[in-house]
Design a protein. Structure first.
Length: 134
């Protein structure tokens, strides 16, 4: 796993671009302790309870009002869920072998929200739209 940190001034643009590029992709969402994640990523993920499993990504949005909040919305219709991360400290793009793996959002509270694709892929390798996009 390779992390690329996104600078704070780029968060709004990056989240908008990420949302457009990956809208409809199936994701898993987990909240983990940042220290555990940095010590042993696999163990931290194994111990974390999934918040959403294989749900279509709708959007990642930013809101700044004295502090930065990022919101991740997954699911469709009545099943849609939004997970907020307040007091965002760092935003990372995750990559594995050149493929997009997802996002890691670190908060000042010592937790991280992981938004990981079910199947990492390079966007340029995909063809067509998801059924939900038709």
């Amino acid at each position: 796993m390779h992390y690329v940190e996104i600078s704070g001034e780029q968060w709004p643009e990056h989240c908008e671009s990420f949302s457009l590029q990956h809208h409809g992709w199936l994701v898993n969402v987990r909240r983990v302790t940042t220290a555990d994640l940095e010590e042993d990523r696999d163990a931290a993920i194994a111990a974390a309870e999934p918040l959403a499993v294989e749900q279509p990504l709708q959007a990642v949005t930013t809101q700044r009002n004295g502090q930065t909040t990022l919101a991740v919305t997954v699911g469709e219709g009545d099943d849609a869920q939004t997970f907020e991360v307040r007091k965002v400290r760092r935003l990372w793009r995750e990559r594995a072998d050149g493929a997009h793996q997802g996002l890691r959002i670190d908060s000042d509270t010592g937790t991280s929200l992981l938004v990981e694709f079910r199947s990492p892929a390079r966007p340029e390798e995909l063809d067509g739209l998801a059924a939900s996009e038709l």
